[in-house]
Write a protein that binds this ligand. Structure first.
Ligand SMILES: C[S@@+](CC[C@H](N)C(=O)[O-])C[C@H]1O[C@@H](n2cnc3c(N)ncnc32)[C@H](O)[C@@H]1O
Ligand SMILES: [Zn+2]
Length: 204
């Protein structure tokens, strides 16, 4: 039996949404404000790994930090079918969880605004959420919009909230593309220089 790599609320059902590239999740029973909907699992990868993926594979990626992404496990699990809405009823609670932003009725699709988590160019697409306030396109720059910053305070991924609050710590130069450290062969002699300066004797 395949092991699940996520928590998904038993109140959700997967149904077809052909206009949204396949499927989506609806509430099977009433869901109350604040209820936990999902805790996603997967593999944490950096941008160079994403660049090797197909467009479809990239659509199952969740950005969790400036330079880190959660890549869905294969085969794709039901928890991956949350669609985007410009008028969402769910929002992020931390990096990898979603909660209900308001009470949700049975039959309603459960969606979050991808602008709460995404800020990368590959995550853009034309939106057909049908909301009166639909932006028409989901863009990497959506998190910069003052209207969304006000509406989604408390529901952004923490890395975006830090950017919005101006407390983001810049990455060390080109962290995402830094070459991997050289592997040292077991037989290689130890370097002659100590890694750290020796601690001098007390009082000297
Ligand atoms: C994580 S998948 C969501 C599940 C997807 N509907 C499926 O069945 O595979 C994200 C992708 O779904 C599609 N999608 C999600 N919300 C959408 C929306 N509001 N309008 C159009 N396409 C949407 C986009 O192709 C997006 O890249
Ligand atoms: Zn929309």
């Amino acid at each position: 039996m395949r092991r699940r790599t996520h928590y998904l609320s038993p109140k959700l059902r997967r149904v077809p949404f052909p206009e949204k590239a396949g499927h989506g999740l609806i509430a099977a029973v009433p869901i109350a404000t604040g209820e936990l909907l999902v805790v996603w699992g997967g593999k944490i990868v950096a941008r160079p790994v994403i660049d090797e993926l197909s467009e479809v594979e990239r659509s199952y990626v969740l950005q969790i930090e400036d330079h880190l992404f959660l890549l869905a496990n294969r085969p794709i699990e039901t928890a991956e079918y949350f669609n985007h809405s410009c008028d969402p009823n769910a929002g992020l609670a931390g990096q990898i969880s979603l909660v209900a932003m308001r009470d949700i009725d049975p039959g309603e699709e459960v969606c979050f605004d991808y602008g709460m988590s995404e800020s990368s160019d590959f995550a853009e697409f034309d939106c057909c959420c049908g909301a009166p306030n639909c932006r028409g396109r989901v863009r990497a720059s959506d998190w910069l919009r003052p209207d969304l910053q006000a509406r989604y305070r408390g529901f952004f991924s923490p890395y975006l909230q830090r950017r919005i609050d101006g407390v983001a710590v810049p990455l060390p130069a080109a962290a995402a593309s830094r070459p991997r450290p050289r592997r040292v062969a077991v037989s290689e002699p130890a370097p002659s220089e100590p890694a750290f300066a020796p601690v001098s004797a007390a009082g000297s």
